[in-house]
Design a protein around this ligand. Structure first.
Ligand SMILES: Cc1cc2nc3c(=O)[nH]c(=O)nc-3n(C[C@H](O)[C@H](O)[C@H](O)COP(=O)(O)O)c2cc1C
Length: 187
């Protein structure tokens, strides 16, 4: 069983990006477990706070990442970029304890990005996130790209993707990521 951590860039309770991670977990069946972690407790990054000590919420998130076989990011579009909450969390987890490039808990970690947004979609937002993940040395899955523009129209009242094409794309995406994680496991 592959153990993945899902991180949604949206803080809202009804987040459809969080929902995508839950749906991905269902589609992974017994091949993987995706535990979804939220970013509600992560404070704003501040080097002065960092100098005193890493907040428990940040340490907890870092531990969850370290213990996972891979991280799946669900990235909403906020003015064509990732949310501030997601960027802030990455600042924390990659700065501490060693700020050097590639030495963070995400260094070498298999990661993938998908996203649900409004009418403009999440491609540009995802690209910004992917740039950062590349800079910090994560093992980024480049393809396939999965973007659900106008995601609120694509889900029913239970947050389930209505279209079979949309469901199939998510299924293929998670299968690709499990392959990516499996390849990373091999020496
Ligand atoms: C501050 C803000 C900026 C947004 N900017 C964009 C945007 O540039 N492009 C887009 O497609 N959707 C944009 N949206 C819509 C969100 O991406 C969309 O509502 C998405 O579903 C939010 O994710 P969530 O459902 O996980 O909370 C924006 C929403 C907010 C709150």
């Amino acid at each position: 069983m592959i153990n993945l951590l899902g991180i949604s860039g949206s803080l809202r309770a009804g987040s459809l990006n969080r929902r995508l991670l839950e749906l991905a977990d269902e589609l992974a069946d017994d091949r993987a477990k995706i535990v979804v972690s939220d970013l509600l407790a992560i404070p704003l990054y501040n080097p002065d706070v960092e100098a005193i000590g890493t907040p428990d919420s940040v340490t907890d998130l870092k531990n969850r990442i370290a213990e996972s076989d891979g991280v799946l990011f669900a990235c909403p579009a906020y003015y064509a970029s990732m949310s501030g909450a997601l960027k802030n969390a990455i600042d924390w987890i990659c700065r501490t304890p060693e700020p050097a490039r590639g030495s963070s808990v995400l260094g070498g970690k298999p990661v993938a990005v998908l996203g649900g947004g409004g009418g403009g979609g999440t491609i540009t937002a995802q690209d910004h996130l992917k740039q950062i993940l590349t800079v910090i040395g994560a093992d980024l899955m480049q393809e396939p790209v999965l973007d659900y523009a106008q995601i609120s129209d694509r889900v029913d009242d239970n947050g389930v993707l209505k279209g079979s094409d949309d469901r199939n794309q998510l299924s293929e995406f998670i299968t690709s990521f499990l392959d990516h994680v499996g390849r990373a496991d091999k020496p």
